[in-house]
Design a protein around this ligand. Structure first.
Ligand code: PLP
Length: 284
């Protein structure tokens, strides 16, 4: 499998990352995951915009324009013959010696970019069946809007879920649900869809933008309003969203069934609307 190292396509085992790379040492960098269907990226511009917004927030000088980045990503997808799958890419603040917390001069220390691809079909069976999750306190930092490669808090939360056979961890701050370890979180109550508003406590999900848009166009009431753990546990439906899982029903929380423990009608409708939105851009 080929990968991108800056503007070059190379074999993965040819890539040697310097131990002084600030991504390796500090987690000082940003990442994105874009999904392609039938050889076309879905919402690539939104993902690329989020990377540029994040870079601005941390004064990271990106070594490409938005168009150059998109071209490179397409080149790698074609090279690896990915029709439906994911592209992961990250940019770190480069190789600075000696190790020092403060940012180096971006002229002397250019950012380092890498990208890799995976072929992944939509997991329809799981999207029909749903997943079980746990809840736990959100122990992460207060810049969750930045898609940072420093993911230890998210990694620890996901591990807690996996230890008990669950697939995702719903995090909360003082009883207010924020988001999953790698997903945005949603609930449905009395026909209204709720999700935490953007801000510094959650990642502004690209899938969330699409789901909010298709829901509003379909006339489903949506509130970008935070909700409590108690509301979550008494919801009619619960689901999570991300680029790789689209809208995923949550059918069990902390070992207790959500409603009847089956995918509900609203998330089913959203899944169908999401597929339609994808097909309009990427074909069937
Ligand atoms: N929240 C977190 C913490 C994430 O890591 C992700 C995706 O990786 C999301 C939300 C969903 O974002 P998106 O829909 O852009 O994939």
């Amino acid at each position: 499998m080929k990968v991108l190292l800056d503007d070059k396509i190379v074999e993965r085992n040819e890539v040697k990352i310097d131990m002084e790379d600030r991504g390796y040492q500090f987690g000082d960098g940003l990442y994105e995951v874009i999904r392609a269907y039938n050889g076309t990226f879905f919402t690539a511009d939104e993902h690329i915009d989020r990377l540029f917004t994040g870079a601005k927030k941390i004064d990271l000088v990106l070594p490409f324009t938005k168009n150059e980045l998109k071209e490179r990503l397409y080149k790698l997808m074609k090279e690896n013959e990915i029709e439906t799958g994911n592209i992961y890419f990250q940019v770190t603040r480069g190789i600075a010696i000696p190790r020092d917390h403060s940012y180096p001069d971006p002229i002397k220390v250019p950012a380092v970019f890498t990208a890799s691809t995976t072929k992944v079909p939509r997991d329809q069976a799981k999207m029909d069946r749903g997943i079980s999750v746990i809840t736990l306190p959100d122990m992460r930092w207060l810049h969750c809007d930045i898609k940072s490669i420093s993911l230890l808090g998210n990694v620890m939360a996901k591990h807690e879920a996996h230890k008990v056979g669950a697939e995702e961890a719903i995090q909360h701050r003082d009883g207010i649900v924020t988001e999953g370890a790698s997903t945005n979180m949603w609930m449905v109550k009395d026909g209204v869809i709720y999700t935490h508003p953007d801000g510094n406590l959650v990642l502004p999900g690209i899938t969330k933008i699409v789901l909010l848009d298709v829901a509003r166009k379909a006339g489903i009431p949506v509130k970008e309003e935070a909700f409590t753990l108690e509301q979550l546990k008494n919801a009619d439906e619960v689901f999570s969203s991300s680029t790789t899982i689209e809208a995923m029903p949550i059918v069990e929380i902390d070992g207790v069934k959500v409603n009847d423990g089956k995918r509900g009608p609203v998330v089913k409708q959203l899944q169908d609307l999401y597929v339609k939105a994808v097909e309009e851009v990427c074909g069937k």
